[in-house]
Design a protein around this ligand. Sequence first.
Ligand code: AMP
Ligand code: GLY
Length: 422
Amino acid sequence: MNILLLGSGGREHALAWKLAQSPSLTKLYAAPGNPGIAQEAELVALDVTDHAAVIAFCAERDIALVVIGPEAPLVDGLSDSLRAAGVPVFGPSQAAAQLEGSKGFTKDLCTRAGIPTAGYVRTASLEDARAALARFAPPYVLKADGLAAGKGVVIAETLAEAEAALADMFGGGFGAAGAEVVIEEFMHGEEASFFALTDGTAIVPFGSAQDHKRVGDGDVGPNTGGMGAYSPAPVLTPELQARVMAEIIEPTVRTMREEGNPYSGVLFAGLMLTADGPKLIEYNARFGDPECQVLMMRLESDLTAIMLACAKGALAGVELSFRDQTALTVVMAANGYPGTPEKGGVIALDNAETNGAKVFHAGTALTDGALVANGGRVLNVTATGANVTEAQARAYQAVDAITFPTGFCRRDIGWREVAREA
Ligand code: AMP
Ligand code: GLY
């Protein structure tokens, strides 16, 4: 069968790499892709906001499955257009993608379904929001309702900072995403991510991960899309995972279905492990980036068959198998990230992939045959090991084999677990 994969990040390179291993794959196409994805797929130029063009491409190339990597086309309803045209899709409908596209939608769903999460108020004006602050204690958690490329959350230490952030959000600082603002209770605990696949009814756990959002070693500096991750996250014990399934994932899938918005695809739950148990911070309607890279390194099962089962409502009874190993990925970013990254710096991957490591491309380009940096997060250097300590050592060994003078990476990915393992 032929598959079309949409996206251009490290997440999509990992998906392409895994899809390409499938015995049932005839031909993989990717749009827009990147030089890493080009090793696994034929890159095609397609405007994903032009739904008719994507549908026409699928008819022309006999596409049996479309895999949507990032959130924007999901929230834009591309899955609905494709399904209406009879093309199977891995990814939720526009209505179901509200779990990522609207923080207020998700919070209200948690209320209706009794899902543990931080207390909250939805506000639609600066006046309401300022008044609502009185009901919370610092630090104040303020969230622009809509998609804001991971930058829509402000944690304000003082009332003055919170008021300034609200003025910015309602003043258009986050574009349309800030037309509504959710104010939340601050939760204490350790963060972890949990993934589950669902076809709207059946649910299959897809594992855990922990990432590193801050740009600097020791978790300092501005937030990023993620500077590294590892899977599994031992802090999410089998007991806690069972609670997450029973108290968070299952009621979400059930309620979405009962309310007429069945969710199909991968559900990515950001969790806070509080003294009262796991609570939902937020949902994403897609795989995490770079969490996907470590999940794909561990997955033994045929990704094509799994995604097709999800797309066709045939997930019941599907069993997944993962390598009993830890995978860890280190993001190499271009200098300047998460501000304006320096583009064009030449990269030599040399022997980075000896020793079983895998380098997934994110923001790379080929210029006159040379691999160059072309974005903020550029490479995801990924390795496996018996535990986080071993996977980390192998990943940094691969990092050290790469020549990328205009790039940088954190040197402490996995530090929490490395400390616990010591
Ligand atoms: P989000 O985009 O909703 O995942 O939020 C980004 C980050 O803000 C999370 O990964 C947490 O570190 C932090 N955060 C969000 N909501 C809360 C909360 N209610 N309590 C504490 N930290 C939070
Ligand atoms: N790494 C976090 C995310 O993909 O949202």
